[in-house]
Design a protein around this ligand. Sequence first.
Ligand code: V1P
Ligand code: CA
Ligand code: ZN
Length: 414
Amino acid sequence: MIQTESDSSKRVAYFYNRFIGKFHYGKEHPMKPKRIIMAHNLIVNYGLFRQMDVYLIREAQLQEIRKFHDPDYIIYLSQFMSQNKINFVKEYCSANNESVIPENLLEEFKLIIKWSQQQKVKTENSEFKVGDSPDNPTFSGLFSYCQLSSGASIDCAHSILTGQADIAINWSGGLHHAKKKEASGFCYINDIVLCILELLRVYVRVLYVDIDCHHGDGVEEAFYLTNRVMTLSFHQYGDDFYPGTGQLNSVGVGVGRYYSVNVPMKPGMSDEPYMEMFKKITSRVMQIYRPDCIVMQCGADSLSLDKLGGFNLSIKGHGACVQYMKSFGTPMILLGGGGYTIQNVSRCWAYETGIALGQQIDEAIPSNDIYYDNYSPDYLLHFPIRQNVENRNKTEDLNKIVATVYDYLSNIEN
Ligand code: V1P
Ligand code: CA
Ligand code: ZN
């Protein structure tokens, strides 16, 4: 392991709970929570966890989720809480033995009871359609999965706000498509919005940077009308690529005008042109916006060979974006997101955990890793990217995008 920076003194908070990896969207579904366990195992076996403060992820409480989501939508989703938990709560509350319930959970438990009673009525004529589309199936413990993913992102915000960490990491977060009362694109609860809302209790300006191959529509929509959050998404766009939003001219509305930045690109983007775009745009954004904190969604479906995304980035190229944002020295939260070739996702997030710590991890995958076989045939950290892939973005088109973004940003008063 090589120390890459003199300032490896950054305090890093890392949030993990192995239960996250146990949830299952279904056999044919591309989203595999198991990749979070795989990334964690690499992080442990590379010895990175010893240099971080490792925290157990807790479930976000219903009141916390309500800071963004519609109460009826939460009631609807909470029916997919694990049956064990509901039985446990009912048992204690019906025995009127509230003292047995830990005090900090009492209010939460009372709400669950109240809501589970209302549930039947609410779900029978529900306007919510979770489970109707293959993208957002219902599965056992779905709501607990959402609570864990968002509990960690909220706690990332707390660890930054209390000064306990300079960088906080939640690879089980980054679910950027969830809307106030709608699940979409594999996302049900928007942990990122909840995290940013927590930061806004203290900070004046938060910058959101999204390098997932898809447009960060849920986060953009949540903050479209405000100048206290600037959202910046790099994504594949066109030919019906999901979700179809994130055009260059979607810039925000009202006081939020020019605080939404979109960088739509065609398939085939490789490290060099991607990094050039990324640096040109983020450097100008940092100079003009001067955020108090950066929240970065590190979706790994922008890597080469992803099953859904069409970009052609290497892990080094993806990680260079994280390194570049870190170099500004602003407090930062790193979240996961998409990523569908799971052995590359775990490689990528282990590498980026190293970047957060200022450590360049070894090229050889640790042989004691229980997922070692997944890294065949080379058992190396960096996988070979697709060769002979055409980058369908012309240099002049990319330059035009940068010029237009600069033009939009020039409307922001310094
Ligand atoms: O394209 C669609 C649906 C079908 N249209 C009517 C819309 N859905 C995509 C969703 C991609 C979500 C990406 C999430 C993230 O940004 C953040 C976690 O990475 C989709 C695709 C696709 N190729 O784009 N769904 C599926 N594939 C899918 C395939 C098999 C089973 C279930 C869903
Ligand atoms: Ca994106
Ligand atoms: Zn994605």
